[in-house]
Design a protein around this ligand. Structure first.
Ligand SMILES: C[S@@+](CC[C@H](N)C(=O)[O-])C[C@H]1O[C@@H](n2cnc3c(N)ncnc32)[C@H](O)[C@@H]1O
Length: 254
């Protein structure tokens, strides 16, 4: 059955809206993911639909690589869109929930989305619907975070009886989901990257500042402080603490 994920969309939108000004300072991993995505595009597109454009980093890369392509970029946080519009004035921007988007046209030959589809409540249904606006053989190119992302935090929270607030799908689960959405020639790849932050509090601040601050479901008071202490003790290498990110890259064709 197609997964439906329990997400508070309004809270997610508010967090990204608040994060818009600081986002470009903290989006180191997201920039890397967008760089990977652009390299993956196989054929020169004429019409691109971008989902979750944020401040327009990927929009700008797509515009640079395919200057003749029309780009329509969607995000539900107006402050993010305002920044993206300044960055890529030639693109068309739509403030809208991706899951409610009615594409203005058919015949996109590329749908691209970086570091965003993990925030969809019904990813299979949504991607299946949007893929219908792709030309036959048009490409879907995605990047997202895999379930090993923040595994260190999961470990300490788990020991204290709490859960992280976001369920991330694996590359294999995404592969199945894209097949369920009617796509062909699906490719899924996953790799891990380790980042260093001065300490756990700095890591959590940086996640929050990028808008992705999904709060762990903490039960007892003081639990988060305990988790932070454990993290610092266990995952410090002297210079800082380690944080794992799992990057999943996905592609398919209509
Ligand atoms: C982590 S940011 C990635 C932004 C950009 N793609 C990048 O790589 O820098 C995720 C973006 O997706 C947007 N977003 C998340 N869920 C969305 C939804 N359901 N509809 C529209 N935008 C959404 C957020 O507002 C945010 O700007």
């Amino acid at each position: 059955m197609a997964p439906v994920l329990a997400l508070d969309k309004q809270a997610i939108r508010r967090r990204f809206e608040r994060a818009a000004d600081a986002y470009d300072t903290f989006n180191v991993i997201q920039r890397e993911m967008a760089d990977l995505l652009v390299e993956q595009v196989e054929r020169e597109p004429h019409a691109i639909l971008e989902l979750g454009c944020g401040t327009g980093y990927l929009t700008a890369l797509l515009h640079k690589r395919f200057p003749r392509a029309e780009i329509e970029a969607v995000d539900f946080a107006p402050a993010m869109i305002a920044r993206a519009r300044r960055r890529v004035p030639g693109a068309r921007f739509v403030v809208c929930d991706i899951e409610e988007l009615e594409p203005e046209r058919e015949g996109y030959d590329l749908i691209a989305s970086s570091a965003t589809v993990q925030w969809l409540a019904e990813p299979e249904l949504t991607l299946s619907r949007l893929a219908n606006s792709l030309e036959i053989d048009g490409e879907l190119q995605l990047t997202t975070f895999g379930p090993r992302t923040f595994c260190e935090l999961d470990e300490v929270l788990g020991e204290l009886g709490c859960e992280r607030g976001l369920h991330l799908l694996s590359a294999r689960e995404w592969e199945t989901l894209l097949a369920g959405a009617g796509l062909h020639r699906i490719r899924a790849h996953s790799c891990e990257e380790r980042f260093s932050y001065p300490d756990c509090a700095a890591f959590l601040r940086s996640v929050k500042s990028s808008g992705a601050g999904y709060a762990p479901r903490v039960t007892a008071p003081g639990t988060l402080a305990k988790a932070i202490r454990r993290y610092d003790e266990r995952f410090s290498d002297g210079a800082g603490v380690t944080v794992t990110y799992e990057i999943v890259t996905l592609s398919g064709e209509r």
